[in-house]
Design a protein around this ligand. Sequence first.
Ligand SMILES: Cc1cc2nc3c(=O)[nH]c(=O)nc-3n(C[C@H](O)[C@H](O)[C@H](O)COP(=O)(O)OP(=O)(O)OC[C@H]3O[C@@H](n4cnc5c(N)ncnc54)[C@H](O)[C@@H]3O)c2cc1C
Length: 476
Amino acid sequence: MEASPSPVYGARLLSGFGLIPIASSNLAASAKVKGPHLRLGALHASGASAGLTCIRCVGRSTLSFMDFGYSPTVEQWRERVQAFLDEVIVPSERTFHDEVRAQAATNPWGRPPIMAELKAQARERGLWNLFLPGTEHGAGLTNLEYAPLAELSGRSPMLAPEAMNCAAPDTGNMEVLAHFATPALQERWLKPLLDGTIRSAYSMTEPEVASSDANNIATRIELDESSDELVVTGRKWWSSGAMAPECKVSVVMGLSAPLGERHRRHSMVAVPLDTPGVHVVRSTHVLGYADGPHGGHAEILYDAVRVPRDHLLGEWNRGFVIGQARLGPGRIHHCMRLIGMAERAYDLMCVRVQERVAFGKPLAAQGVVQEWIAQSRIRIEQARLLVLKAAWLMDTVGNRGAAVEISAIKVAVPEMATWVIDRAMQAHGGLGVCQDTPLPELYAQARMLHLADGPDEVHKMALARRELKRYASPQT
Ligand SMILES: Cc1cc2nc3c(=O)[nH]c(=O)nc-3n(C[C@H](O)[C@H](O)[C@H](O)COP(=O)(O)OP(=O)(O)OC[C@H]3O[C@@H](n4cnc5c(N)ncnc54)[C@H](O)[C@@H]3O)c2cc1C
């Protein structure tokens, strides 16, 4: 339970320290820990020595410590992922793009042939389904342990995550199917997804309603008791991946109880894409990119689509619960990969500005360029630490306990990544905006992540509401 400040402490908060007293014995215990540990509430070091702790930390593992040093196991995984990137992924990027261009006219939504080879290589190296927390299908890594590996995969976002079977929206859908689908559905959809032989889509967003507010979702899911079927009717768009021939199933969110309580009106259902009534209408582009090799972003008309009742995921009218469960890990994975994208852009910038000479000296000698480099490093490090903190909280207190940090990284990390990639593009001049470097593609990815999984503004609203709740008096 979160602690609320009493009026007395509230006055103290206003005085500027954000601190409340706690038992000094707790602090004595925490003060003993030394070494490369980051103390939760380290920002409040002055308060800690005075026997105070931050109200933000009370009830949230006050005595725990974040240890962000990579364990020998994680180091070993990092070396393996890095070797995969250096030896296989990065050298394949040119072929990947050549193949995408070559099949654009005849097979725009198909995987380029090299993807099958990359997947085989990743499997052979044991770099498969690393995002899954359990050992049955994944490597048994915690979120904190997976973070640096996802970061590395983000350095080549078009190739590495899919090659390692760690790409959205499959990752979120696999977690949903693992937790909320019947054994029969798991056999039919989860197993081939884990195997990487099919792909999936997530259909929530609708063109007709502001979908950043999930309460607006209007696609109907109705139960036809006479046939024991669920009937899905509505129009979705931005169902990423659904144009691909390998995409076989969609997780659809719809309105099942229009008059129900606010968060108990929607359900989720698995819809095989070959069901009569599913019409894939077109794909939308992202800043001009079709995202063909990822199956585009489909607009889908679900025209009285009938599926057996057991295709319901979880409980009837509890789609919000599933949406929340799905988005926690999904959001953090995107953020982890964004750090890798920013690092790649940063590397390119630092190399380019030392080679390129203008006005008699390398660009790197210009103060403004040094400012970009310094700012980029500062922002990347800040963002990484926040992502690691969110991952650590998810591991220790759960997704709900990490809600503020998850919202925070969803805003801070795309902001950081677009800023860094933008500077890297600028430092490259005309080269930075053409197809000869990965920078424009990285930029498009980072930019769209200000929207996908919810716009920045909504995450800020959610964060602010949670924060304000802790300051509200009991009467309000
Ligand atoms: C590349 C890409 C991939 C996507 N993939 C998927 C997918 O696989 N499945 C899926 O279902 N969806 C997907 N989406 C959709 C995405 O989740 C939505 O676009 C997003 O949630 C916003 O919904 P909307 O487009 O309806 O915008 P709207 O809800 O119309 O919002 C428009 C704008 O209003 C502002 N706004 C909204 N609420 C507030 C607020 N409370 N305070 C201040 N400002 C506010 C924000 O600036 C927002 O961008 C994807 C989107 C993109 C761009």
